[in-house]
Design a protein around this ligand. Sequence first.
Ligand code: GTP
Ligand code: MG
Length: 607
Amino acid sequence: MSVKCPDRIRRGMPGRLKALRELMDCAMEQVDALGPEFVPEREKFCELKDRLQEERFHLAVLGQFKRGKSTLINAMLGEAILPTAVVPLTAIPTLVRGGDDMGAKVSFTDGREAERLRAENSKELSAFLAKFVTEAENPKNCLGVSQVEVFHPSEFLTQGVVLIDTPGIGSTFRHNTEATLNFLPQCDAALFVSSADPPITEVEVQFLQAVRNKVEHLIFLFNKADYLNETEKRQALEFFRIVLREEAGFSGELPVYCVSSRRGLEAKLSGDAGKWIESGLGEFEKHLMNFLVQGKTRMLNQAIARKTKDIVAGIKMQLEIMIQALQLPLADLDDCRQSLGRKLGEVERQSIMAGDLLEGDRRRTSEYLEKQAGNLRRKAREHLGGIMREHAAASPKGLPDQDALERAVAAAIPELFERELGEMSRTFDRRVTEVLQPHQQRAEELIGEIRRAAAELFAIPYHAPAARDVFQMKRKPYWVVHKWPSSLNMVPPEWMDKLLPLAVRRSRIMKRLEEQVEALVDQNVENLRWETLQNLNATFRQFTSGMREQLRLTTAATQGAIQAAWEKRRDQADTLDREIRKLREAFARFTEIENELAIVPADDGRD
Ligand SMILES: Nc1nc2c(ncn2[C@@H]2O[C@H](COP(=O)(O)OP(=O)(O)OP(=O)(O)O)[C@@H](O)[C@H]2O)c(=O)[nH]1
Ligand SMILES: [Mg+2]
């Protein structure tokens, strides 16, 4: 369905448009009317609009087990969807997103087909989820679930927020804490849930110290307020704030909301607005909505408005070229065509050279990865070897208890490699961004050269292309639950072992164990190296094809404008005046759109 262009733009009236979306629809309607030369611009608008539509705000709910994280999400949804219990429960990170219907999708680590459910009601959905996300029904994630997505038509979610329910930290499943820490950089903000029973613990303080550097925006919730009277609430909150400042190292204004998720959920279920306010969640929700509108949405809208403006500037330039070309004598137009053709040939040669330099940088970055993998291998061997030696030293006769050792290694591996995965990804993110930056600049210069050459030939103003976003390393989401190989294949002692002197026996056992640990290290490092290499290559591939496409589009747009004008001159000499008038009108409308884009409201008019 085509959306109509706002009247004031049709009529050329200035005015303040409310929504960026509306402006983009308007620009699309205009390019449609201009004809097939502008199909690539239309596609670019569509792509930006999809991004605007799909961009999601990742809001993680973090905290120690049993603080009420899942109950809080249920209260915000207004239905008991996520399983909650009095024992440590949520074992798999669960993404809750907006959808037309209620349902879920469960993905698995081995790539087998995802299980899906379209639920009739919250009870059915909750029972389905319990089978996969709870420690009770899916102990130690024996079903190999990698991620669970829940879809819900709640108004809050359709605003573009994805709530992420995380496994509680500090439970007996230690690698859950590492996994949670590693996915933090991908969260746009987090809600940290604590409560008075017991008061904030050492584990929470340590966790918060780590979170502080990884998540830019944190909002604190002090849950289960219904257990406390007013005086106790004040005391508990004061204590919580002191710990946040003095132990966890936070400073400045600390947004702490005292809430009762249980009461909030009851209020939503019974439709009691007063009780919802009393639960403290009303005020918290208001704060959150404000924060969302002012934070990410504003940044995203501004970025999209900038890009839209850039496309509009390109369109205007094409229109100017066409207008000029339609007015030039045919012989001059031919000269311009040839000069531009020569310039484009030159830019093409330079872009091939730039491609070779980029390939060199890709190779150097892969070599750097190999070096990193080597360091990690050494580090992991030392760490696990240390555990092995500790066991040997602590056991009678220096012969390690192989079962106990296997358990210790199995516990240490996910912890070590989850942390290293996070470290390695962060190092690579930085490195790849640094390496690609000059290439990006060079590509932009080449695009600028084409535009400048056309502008000079046709004596029209030159519009520099807007700088693109910083290109970043592609990667899989951290919340994918990794399966780190961690079991030692114990070699049973040979009969002759028993006959050997103790020292020889000990040395034989230790050697076998060392070989086993090395094999495990190699296997895990190889997994990590392989995954990072795939991401690295994918990033460079996408960067190269993206830049080539940009150059191709700029070339095609400039040449296309001249070619279209040339053909019109040849075939429709009698209607030239009408054509020029039409193009000038279009030019004026795009100028209007450009002006409106400059004042696009940051909140996209969602209020
Ligand atoms: N009184 C009271 N109990 C609550 C409140 N919020 C949650 N609970 C209870 O606390 C228990 C734990 O709640 P969950 O939502 O499962 O906690 P969680 O943080 O998701 O726990 P894990 O998934 O194990 O990390 C449940 O019995 C809830 O009913 C609250 O505001 N007040
Ligand atoms: Mg939970």
